[in-house]
Design a protein around this ligand. Structure first.
Ligand code: NAD
Ligand code: USQ
Length: 428
């Protein structure tokens, strides 16, 4: 692995990048090492991203408040693939790679904690995953909606203030969502659209029509980031990511204690991962409504690559930019049919009443060229990937909790049980 101590500071580099001495010719000359703070580093995407960036030679700091593990306790469910504690993960990574991950346990809604962590770690860039990210969780009831929006919006505001006060040059790479746009009957652009109105033209933020209180929290974040970037001259990248599928990455494969979580329940499981589990255990695939809902999707390995590309090509000072981060689009029905076709035994596809308020059939065509232009080489959904996911799930299928599979949270109600087997459960 490339070590920081053979690097030197470039004189003209405002981001404190470390560059190899010019006596090393060719591609090494271009390598840039950064101090990167990953927020939400104990999560599904944050953990593999942290060790991916560490493996690339960056000095990585990790933060989490274990909110995600607490939701598991609250909902009575857990990751299908057992996961180690963050400490054990960090210790294992040190043994496997020789690299340290400076660890900060704390809540981003605590402004003092957030400020002192950022001041102490002194990052060149921050990757912000640390939010409540399940749409159904945000729709359980008033308390879960308010929690989601406070957690996400206040955490992000605290980060923005800390960056502005400590070092406005820190590049903020923030995970947004394709769901900010909703499903309009026109092509979706990457963040902005040129509009001509009554003879005048302007480039304006693309209209937002999010489909849950969670997705709305991301819209609020986007507005706050754009505004803070403008007034304080920050550097920010909003990654409007599609639905992620998959489980293993080059680094998580290096040791079982480095595994990331794999959720299949109706609250936190995302659609493709859920269908894989359902196929393996012989449960009918739970297509909501007609199944014509179309979503941008990507392999977890491409999440890591996109974050890496955004970091390697930072936003300019005062620039708020948006990348649409997905590689392919599918309808829910297409995903179900693909999995049914690929699985060696018979798979039944059910169409349940849609618990969400969403269009079940619609036009969808979203631009996603900016990350490709930066060099993204997508892992497209293939039979091989699906077969390897069947393998992961088959290993742990005895741990599947059948009662966690069918949806219980309804968008139409102001209060829903979190699970079908806990109708009377008090969750707040
Ligand atoms: P996750 O829930 O597994 O991870 C989020 C992590 O953030 C958790 O470990 C949680 O404990 C932590 N966290 C939450 N609030 C915090 C706080 N206030 N302070 C400190 N830590 C806190 O989610 P994920 O699937 O890894 O998603 C990461 C990010 O990517 C989220 O922002 C999500 O909205 C976005 N995203 C995810 C997907 C997907 O399919 N998983 C798709 C698009 C966008
Ligand atoms: N769906 C089914 N059956 C299921 C589960 C889901 O038909 O068993 C449908 C949903 O109704 C929805 C679509 O599949 O139309 C996607 O649902 P999902 O649960 O996989 O994804 P979503 O709720 O949109 O949220 C996930 C992540 C979130 C991220 C978002 C990206 O949890 O953090 O922001 O994907 S996006 O969808 O682009 O907004």
């Amino acid at each position: 692995m490339l070590q920081g101590n053979i690097c030197e500071l470039s004189e003209n580099d405002s981001l404190n990048h470390y560059r190899f001495p010019s006596i090393i010719p060719g591609w090494l000359d271009e390598l840039v090492f950064m101090r990167i703070l990953v927020l939400g580093a104990d999560g599904y995407l944050g953990w593999p991203t942290s060790i991916y960036l560490s493996a690339k030679g960056h000095q990585v700091g990790v933060n989490d408040n274990f909110a995600r593990r607490t939701y598991d306790h609250e909902l009575g469910q857990e990751s299908l693939v057992p996961i180690s504690t963050l400490k054990r993960r960090v210790d294992t990574w040190r043994k496997v790679s020789g690299e340290d991950l400076e660890t900060y346990i704390g809540d981003l809604t605590d402004a003092d904690f957030t400020h002192s962590m950022i001041a102490k770690f002194n990052p060149d860039a921050i990757v912000h995953f640390a939010e409540q990210r399940a749409a159904p969780y945000s729709m359980i009831d008033r308390a879960h909606c308010v929690y989601t929006q406070v957690n996400n919006v206040v955490g992000t505001l605290n980060i923005l203030y800390a960056i502005a006060e400590i070092n406005p040059d820190i590049h903020l790479v923030k995970l947004g969502t394709m769901g900010e746009y909703g499903t309009p009957n026109i092509d979706i652009e990457e963040g902005f659209i040129e509009i001509e109105h009554k003879g005048r033209k302007d480039v304006l933020p693309f209209p937002k029509q999010p489909g849950s209180f969670y997705h709305l929290s991301k819209v609020h974040d986007s507005h706050n980031i754009a505004f803070a970037t403008k007034i304080w001259g920050l550097r920010s990248t909003d990654l409007n990511q599609g639905v992620v599928y998959g489980h293993t990455t080059e680094q998580t494969d290096m040791h079982p204690e480095l595994a990331t979580r794999f959720d299949y329940d109706a609250v936190f499981g995302t659609v493709l991962n859920r269908f894989i589990v359902q196929a393996v255990i012989g449960h009918p695939l739970t297509v909501y409504g007609k199944g014509g809902q179309t979503r941008g999707m990507l392999d977890i390995r491409d999440t890591l690559a996109c974050i890496g590309l955004a970091l390697d090509n930072p936003a300019d000072k005062g620039e708020y930019r948006v990348f649409n981060q997905f590689t392919e689009q599918f309808t829910v029905k297409e995903i179900a049919e693909l999995i049914a076709r690929t699985f060696p035994s018979d798979v039944k596809i059910d169409h349940l009443d849609d618990p969400r308020v969403e269009l079940e059939e619609h036009y969808y065509n979203a631009a996603h060229t900016k990350l490709l232009d930066l060099g993204l080489q997508p892992h497209l959904l293939s039979d091989t990937l699906i077969e390897s996911l069947f393998g992961v799930v088959q290993k742990y299928q005895h741990l599947v909790d059948l009662d966690a599979i069918n949806p219980s949270v309804s968008w139409r109600a102001t209060q829903s049980p979190v699970r079908n087997d806990q109708k009377g459960m008090v969750v707040s």
